[in-house]
Design a protein around this ligand. Structure first.
Ligand SMILES: Cc1ncc(COP(=O)(O)O)c(C=O)c1O
Length: 442
């Protein structure tokens, strides 16, 4: 049994967990403000302004609420980022809509505006952009195109929360209009930044539409307190695994029982399971969930994000060019920003990298997120010239999520980086040999 630096830790304090637990056990569950209370005003930007948004039980529920409200004709098309979690593709399909996937650039994790425009047809009603791994990209071009065609743009920021103070808000200020999607959805799911163990916050430029969405949600049953209680207890147990020692003991114990800890962790942190997805999504938050989301929304959260970005910069700067998705995102340019929710890199031998790191005491995984690539046949008009630069299904399958553990001491960081560098060094030696053999077939 040895210490193992975990792949990441739950971004929630013990205080929050026990407050939520006590809210569950001792709070009044007679919620007289239910429904209307899901619409909340939060301070943003320099905290002199505020914005009203809707709290839902998940981004998926919010997406379903919009599709319910919009009630689009069957067969309408939804242009979407080709990489997301599978439920985000299942939801429009369950509404009888057709998903038109657009590939993402590996280097910038954004969609090309030209590809989006080429995907638009008479049937297109919605564009859904999903920035990944904590990145956000500038949407001005895509929003202008959408506006010309009378199409709504939804930005699925499930992976990109970075504190309410960084929201520029001003959704109704003219010069900010073009740069913003009509709708922005932020997730507070179990493994997300500033997690509330579940929940989402939705902003909409069209306040009347937000009110309509809210009133649909008001008609849904509330999530049972018992379900929230079970979830809080599960995450208290998972939070206890946050130290390298506790995590090492957990991995050792699971191996004693012949269990796969990767699978166990994946199952323990995933949300809605099984069939009847829409039925599960159609609930409104109970008071305990809403309070927890509100507490997380009102935190600045800047220190935690800064620590994570510094750690990510130190590790990623040591990796060879071309293996880090999003490496060309320019930091510090507002919407072109990256908060490094997770730390992926691409290896042609992901299994070998994971094995080497784990045996040296660092838990890397291929299950850092549940992303899938929507199956796509790319007809010529939709192709951009440089397909090799896309985040293709093959490249997605080769991603390894490195431990995101900013508390790691300098000595351990250096040791981990050395292992990663030596893995990539050996890979490039293999590449050099292969190309030498190709050049000298004799
Ligand atoms: C890109 C993306 N979209 C949507 C979601 C769903 O968020 P939620 O769990 O709040 O429904 C996730 C969750 O991981 C995600 O990564």
């Amino acid at each position: 049994m040895k210490r193992l630096y975990p792949r990441g830790t739950l971004d929630i304090s013990w205080r929050h967990l026990f407050e939520a637990l006590s809210d569950c056990l001792f709070g009044s569950h007679q919620d007289k403000t239910a429904g209307a209370a899901d619409l909340r005003e939060i301070p943003i930007g320099n905290a002199h302004s505020s914005v009203q948004g809707l709290i839902t039980i998940s981004v998926r529920s919010a997406f379903d609420l919009y599709l319910t409200e919009l009630n689009l004709p069957q067969g309408s098309e939804v242009v979407m980022s080709a990489v997301s979690i599978s439920d985000m593709f299942r939801i429009p399909e369950a509404h009888g809509l057709k998903v038109i996937p657009v590939p993402l650039s590996f280097e910038t994790l954004s969609l090309s505006a030209q590809d989006v425009e080429r995907s638009i047809t008479e049937q297109t009603r919605l564009i859904v952009v999903a920035p990944l791994f904590g990145s956000r990209s500038c949407l001005t071009e895509i929003c202008c195109i959408a506006r010309r065609h009378g199409i709504i743009v939804i930005e699925d920021c499930a992976q990109a929360w970075r504190g309410a103070l960084t929201l520029t808000g001003a959704l109704d200020v003219d010069d900010a209009q073009d740069a913003k999607a009509d709708v922005q959805m932020f997730s507070f799911g179990p493994i997300k930044t500033a997690t509330a163990l579940g929940g989402a916050f939705v902003l909409d430029k069209d306040h009347q539409r937000l009110l309509r969405i809210s009133s649909i949600q008001t008609g849904y049953p509330e999530v049972a307190i018992l379900r929230t209680l079970r979830r809080i207890l599960r995450f208290i147990a998972l939070k206890a695994l946050s130290s390298p020692l506790a995590f090492g003991v957990f991995v050792w114990l699971t191996s004693l029982f012949g269990a796969d800890y990767d699978e166990l962790l994946f199952r323990a942190t995933r949300g809605f399971q099984g069939s009847d997805l829409l039925e599960k999504l159609r609930h409104r938050p109970n008071r305990v969930q809403r309070n927890l989301v509100l507490r997380r929304l009102e935190e600045p959260h800047t220190d935690a994000i800064e620590a994570r970005c510094n750690y990510a910069a130190e590790v990623l700067n040591m990796l060879p060019n071309g293996v880090v998705p999003g490496s060309e995102i320019q930091i510090g340019l507002g919407p072109h920003d990256h908060v490094h929710w997770v730390l992926p890199c691409e290896s042609r031998e992901p299994g070998s990298l994971i094995q080497r790191l784990r045996s040296a005491g660092f838990d890397a995984t291929q299950r850092g997120s549940s992303l899938v690539h929507f199956p796509m046949v790319v007809p010529e008009p939709v192709c951009s010239e440089n397909q090799s630069r896309w985040l293709t299904p093959e490249r997605l399958a080769n991603l390894v999520y490195l431990p995101m553990f900013p508390e790691m001491g300098q000595e351990q960081r250096t040791r981990m980086i050395d292992i990663i560098r030596s893995h990539f060094g050996e890979q490039s030696d293999v590449d050099d040999n292969v190309s030498l053999q190709k050049n000298n077939p004799c």
